[in-house]
Ligand binder design. Structure first.
Ligand code: ASP
Ligand code: MG
Length: 444
């Protein structure tokens, strides 16, 4: 069994859906995981925001716009009247469900019902499209098996068992279609895996069925070695290890949802990033294979806040860091980078929701300094500690840039720098010149 996940642009039009159909295998069962058609989730988010502010008329007008759009999709997508009728039926039901939320008092639960409609639309419309083209398929309702725990982690046992029950009903089926992103929470309400979560669905489903491969189809030809919006001549990286890919996805490569590496890694299932616009391109394969002594890529993550806690109490004391970390735990705020000296510790967060509370709590330990508008520049590759000088080229290429923090040695495949966001472009370009100019060179 293979998993193939298609993103919003890959199913964004009648033409694109046709292209997706061409890519589906005929000899092997496959679970196709779909995102909402491009732009839809953003539009649904806006509807939710208007409702949250009590602007029902605005929400209605946005809903009407989206409904018009989907009626056009149905007209463009299908040739046969019977398919158009079925498509319009789907559109009608979905939009009735959205409008039903206008009548209730607005709550996060009704917002999540609204957000779920994009994937419910794309999967049903895609199935009708397959049917019109004579390809039998089974729609697996994600809300019957995708579930998260009270900690918002996938409930692996529930998912495995319930997905199996669904699949067992159709022993001869070859093509299964399911919704990415949507799930039920511990209260059994409709919920989601956060923005971009369809990739995560694909890898959770892949792990649950022990798939042979998880393919993530987007409109780029794999993970690039640098940010193509900033740097010229970037190229897709053919092979990455799970750890390298996780660092890159987390630190800014937008192509893959960062959480989606772990389920695949736990079951050692290769993840391939492929391009629907260029299906013959090799893309990026992420697997457990070690891929040589190379610096692979650089990515950058903006919106970082640095917190420095200076305290003479830290000198020769133990238990100090634990007290500091407890503050972040209490406010459910993950720490990204950390460096320490004997009398101070600096760390970074990217979620400032509880910054005032965190700052206040940390002031018990010493002086607290906060800096914002920072960027983490993360260089990923093989920095085995027994390879002298592996990091030198990277550091040298940044010699003209003020570095606020450096993190090296946390893992063997990452070196991260904290810089002012105003230096980000310069940093990415300089690392490109210093490290990646020669694509084929073993840059060590
Ligand atoms: N449709 C959702 C989003 O736009 C999930 C996804 O596409 O992965 O975030
Ligand atoms: Mg995505």
């Amino acid at each position: 069994m293979k998993i193939m996940k298609f993103g919003g642009t890959s199913v964004g039009s009648a033409e694109r859906m046709g292209a997706v159909s061409q890519l589906l295998p005929t000899q092997e069962p496959v679970i196709v995981v779909l995102s909402a058609m491009s732009g839809t989730t953003n539009h649904l988010v806006q509807i939710g925001q208007q409702l949250a502010q009590g602007n029902v008329a605005q929400a209605e007008s946005l809903t009407n716009q989206l409904e018009q759009h989907y009626k056009q999709v149905v007209t463009d997508l299908y040739k046969q009247e019977a398919s158009k009728d079925k498509g319009n039926q789907v559109v009608q039901t979905v939009f009735a469900d959205i409008r039903a939320c206008f009548e209730r008092t607005f709550s996060p639960a009704s917002e999540k019902i609204i957000l779920a409609q994009g994937e419910l639309l794309s999967t049903q419309l895609f199935q009708i499209f397959q049917h019109e083209n004579g390809i039998p398929s089974v729609l697996l309702p994600a809300l019957e098996f995708m579930k998260i725990t009270p900690d918002e982690e996938p409930d692996q046992v529930f998912i495995r068992e319930n997905l199996r029950k669904q699949l067992e009903k159709y022993p001869d089926a070859q093509l299964f279609i399911t919704q990415g992103y949507i799930c039920r929470n511990a209260k059994n309400e409709i919920d989601n895996l956060k923005r971009g979560g369809s990739d995560y669905t694909a890898s959770i489903v892949g792990a649950a069925v022990k798939a042979s491969e998880i393919q993530i189809w987007t409109d780029i030809d794999g993970m690039h070695n640098n940010d193509p919006r900033i740097v010229k001549n970037t190229y897709p990286i053919a092979e990455l290890s799970f750890d390298e890919a996780a660092e890159l996805a987390y630190f800014g490569a937008k192509i893959l949802h960062p959480s989606s590496i772990l389920p695949a890694q736990q079951h050692n299932i290769p993840v391939r990033l492929l391009n629907t616009m260029q299906p013959e391109a090799q893309g990026t394969t992420i697997s457990s294979k070690r891929t040589g002594n190379k610096i692979k890529a650089v990515a950058a993550k903006d919106g970082i806040i640095a917190i420095k806690i200076k305290s003479s109490r830290m000198l020769l004391a133990y238990g100090f860091l634990r007290s500091v970390f407890e503050v972040f735990e209490r406010f459910k705020t993950p720490i990204d980078m950390i460096t320490t000296s004997e009398v101070a510790v600096s760390l970074t967060i990217d979620n400032g929701t509880y910054l005032p509370e965190i700052t206040e709590a940390l002031q018990r330990f010493g002086t607290v300094e906060i800096d914002s508008d920072l960027t983490i520049v993360c260089v990923v590759g093989d920095f085995m500690e027994d390879r002298p000088g592996a990091a030198l080229k990277v550091v040298q290429s940044l010699r003209h840039i003020p570095l606020r923090m450096i993190s090296y040695g946390g893992s063997k495949n990452n070196i991260s720098f904290l810089v002012n966001t105003s230096y980000k472009e310069d940093a990415l370009i300089s690392i490109n010149e210093g490290v990646f100019q020669e694509k084929e060179e073993t840059n060590a």
